[in-house]
Design a binder for this molecule. Structure first.
Ligand code: ACM
Length: 468
């Protein structure tokens, strides 16, 4: 029996327990030991009861965690692995000791663990509603509990432009004062954005910035009307598909080059997301022309590009461009072909099927927040019972970079709203992304989820109730 989410690869329990107390101490690798000591509310010593040590592990990001009658020892060949061992240890504690140990009887056990996929993501839409640095950090804290290692920030959309770009300063003036509902807006200065990136990295999370092009660009064109052939005005509604950059204007490509150059310079991670979805106000010819030119320009700035699956309509992508699938678990309207196109061009796929992995979709008809367009509500069971290799024929384990849970914020105005929609369904997505294929069983997951929800309560994280 395991109590941990995501379920570890292997766990062998023996009889007996080891009791961790307030007097126990932590040591080993200084950074990991420091983190674990704060997490458990214990002090550091040279002769620790809880040792977190750099050593070996059987796979990237992997770790072992052994609890014996003498103490606790975690070992990994990376700092990330030790961090994941710490998350596992926290989940072995009684929920009411998740913020500090008093006295906890832990099972004698040996856990060996490593992730199924390298990319385990969540996405936060900070364009429809803006979320400040502290809110984003809180969200980062929360997703780290589940060994999620990428946070995709949807930084630009029709309702707002949220990142300082020095060469186009109006973007964060006229372009950033709006959001859905007319409640304000906002943007990240470069220093604030760097602070988010640094904080995320301290929890082994890579920020993936998205500049959505050529549709979803009304806010950019409000700031610079020359970027659009269509007349624009500030927009605080929730419709999609009405905006487009001016595809045949050279100014557009100067803009793309400047924005991507500045974003690439701000981004230590390998990925830069260029959107490409729902460009319904762009003709097919113009879309293909734009994607070829914009991705070629973006690729000169040294990042691996990601595009929503529609970008796969182009056969002229930079080699290795990553496709992000957001159609349903039964592909709609050519989504399967567009996704396969990335693979043919040498790129892997991130799976985000909207009918099971979009966490802004209502849990059921009575959920106040959220949307229903993605094939109706998504229950916790539905968020759990899908398999990323069973969606697009030809996209199997080898073609998948990973799995991501997007959270769009048309109806989510506060970070508490975001937490309520994300939790506990993000636990489902995280387990699909981390745990071995073929092991998912809802009846076995449910008691683990109850335990995890107890930890969310102890940590003060909003969530949908399991009995709701
Ligand atoms: C999307 O939901 N338009 C990617």
């Amino acid at each position: 029996m395991t109590t941990v989410i995501p379920a570890p690869v292997r766990r062998i329990d023996s009889s007996g327990t080891f009791t961790l107390t307030r007097e126990s101490t932590v040591g080993g690798d200084p950074a990991a030991a420091g983190y674990v000591a704060v997490m458990l509310g214990l002090s550091i010593s040279d002769d620790p009861t809880v040792e977190f040590a750099l050593g070996s592990s059987s796979a990237p990001e992997g770790y072992t965690l052994r609890i014996t009658s003498a103490g606790i020892r975690a070992e990994a060949d990376s700092a990330a692995g030790l961090f994941y061992a710490a998350q596992t240890l926290r989940q072995l504690l009684p929920a009411d000791q998740a913020t500090g140990v008093t006295s906890a009887a832990l099972p004698i056990t040996e856990i060996e663990d490593y992730p199924r996929f390298a990319y385990r993501g969540a996405m936060l839409d900070v364009a429809r509603h803006f979320f400040g640095v502290d809110d984003v950090k809180k969200f980062i804290d929360n997703i780290a509990l589940l060994k999620v290692n990428h946070l995709h920030l949807h930084l630009t959309d029709d309702q707002g432009w949220r990142i300082q770009i020095d060469s186009w300063p109006e973007l964060t003036k006229a372009g950033a004062t709006t959001e859905v509902g007319g409640t304000g807006g906002g943007f990240y200065s470069k220093d604030q954005y760097r602070e988010i990136v640094r904080y995320a990295a301290s929890l082994f999370i890579t920020i993936v910035p998205e500049i959505d092009l050529p549709g979803h660009t009304n806010a950019a064109s409000v700031a610079y009307p020359e970027l659009s052939d269509i007349p624009v005005s500030p927009y605080e509604g929730v419709e999609v598909g009405f905006s487009s950059l001016a595809i045949r204007s050279e100014t557009t490509y100067t803009f793309v080059d400047d924005v991507i150059r500045e974003m690439a310079a701000l981004t230590p991670g390998p990925y830069l997301h260029l959107g490409g979805d729902e460009s319904l106000a762009t003709t097919d010819d113009d879309f293909l022309y734009f994607i070829e030119r914009a991705t070629a320009i973006a690729a000169t700035h040294g990042k691996t590009l990601i595009g929503w699956h529609e970008m796969g309509r182009s056969t002229a992508l930079p080699a290795g461009t990553v496709g992000q699938y957001w159609s349903f678990t039964t592909p709609q309207e050519g989504a399967d072909e567009h996704t396969l196109s990335f693979v043919r061009q040498g790129g892997p796929i991130i799976m985000s099927p909207a009918d099971v992995a979009y966490l802004d979709i209502k849990y059921d008809a009575s959920t106040e927040l959220g949307l229903t367009w993605a094939d109706g509500p998504t229950s916790i069971a539905e968020s759990y019972e899908w398999e990323p290799t069973a969606i697009v024929p030809g996209i199997g384990e080898a073609q998948l970079l990973g799995v991501e849970a997007p959270i769009w914020t048309e109806t989510l105005a506060t970070i508490a709203d975001v937490e309520y929609m994300a939790f506990p369904r993000l636990a489902s997505i995280a387990e699909i992304a981390w745990s071995p294929a073929g092991t998912r069983d809802l009846d076995e997951f449910t008691p683990r989820l109850e335990r995890f929800v107890g930890m969310l309560d102890a940590l003060g994280i909003q969530h949908h109730r399991l009995d709701e």
